[in-house]
Design a protein around this ligand. Structure first.
Ligand SMILES: *Cc1c(COP(=O)(O)O)cnc(C)c1O
Length: 218
């Protein structure tokens, strides 16, 4: 779908919710997409992209940055502590802070590097054993822990279970954010970003609706 069509849908969703379009950031999730498709979206003027693997992002974005100004990268996948430095040096935001060890590692590296990307705490709203994120019941304590490290925590992120109504998860995430005084809500993907906007999303992560189906790696 052309980028302009996604933006039209975002505008409609914002209007319907009485929200300001400028308060919703579209992250174009370019993971596993061929460079030609990414270049099309860059040529359309978009500059905010999401990747879920540090290695893939490191192989792709320095090249695009040499060609296009103002690119902002959001890391949205599970992050190993030994990749944290590379992620912090590449990206302007990390959406998947989900455990104390990662938070303390980021805090130490932030001292060393002298800056830190915007951070989101990932919440496992569906309490799925295979999925990353803190459990909803542990979220308040973990948010306090991240704040105590003096890190730039902007909000919360979730990936709802595939087989459940996402709106329930978006509402839960919004509730946890509100009671913790956090304004950022990273939620909503290709199939549900309009519902996420209705429930307060500030960052939507849209991949296949923009770029087409992901071409499998190799
Ligand atoms: C891949 C991915 C997306 C984008 O998914 P689409 O359904 O293609 O829009 C969003 N968020 C995360 C965390 C992802 O890994």
């Amino acid at each position: 779908m052309p980028l302009a069509d996604i933006q039209d849908k975002m505008r409609d969703a914002c209007d319907a919710a009485g929200r300001d379009y400028d308060d919703v950031t579209l992250i174009a999730v370019s993971k596993v997409q061929p460079d030609e498709r990414v270049a099309v979206v860059l040529d359309e003027g978009h500059r905010i992209f999401g990747e879920n693997k540090v290695q893939e992002a490191a192989g792709k974005w320095p090249r695009f940055r040499a060609q296009y100004d103002g690119i902002k990268l959001h890391m949205i996948g599970p992050l190993q502590t030994n990749k944290a430095r590379q992620a912090m040096e590449l990206a302007q935001a990390i959406h998947t802070v989900d455990r104390p060890k990662l938070a303390t590692t980021i805090a130490r590296l932030a001292q060393d590097i002298g800056s830190c990307p915007d951070l989101f705490v990932q919440v496992n709203t569906g309490e799925e054993p295979q999925k990353a994120g803190v459990l909803p019941a542990d979220a308040d304590a973990f948010v306090a822990e991240v704040r105590a490290l003096d890190l730039p925590l902007k909000g919360l992120m979730c990936i709802p279970p595939v087989d459940e109504e996402p709106a329930l998860h978006f509402a839960l995430l919004a509730k946890i954010a509100a009671r913790n005084g956090l304004s950022g809500l990273s939620m909503g993907m290709s199939s549900d970003f309009e519902r996420a906007i209705a429930l307060g999303a500030t960052h939507i992560r849209v991949g296949s609706a923009i770029f087409g189906d992901r071409v499998p790696a190799q």
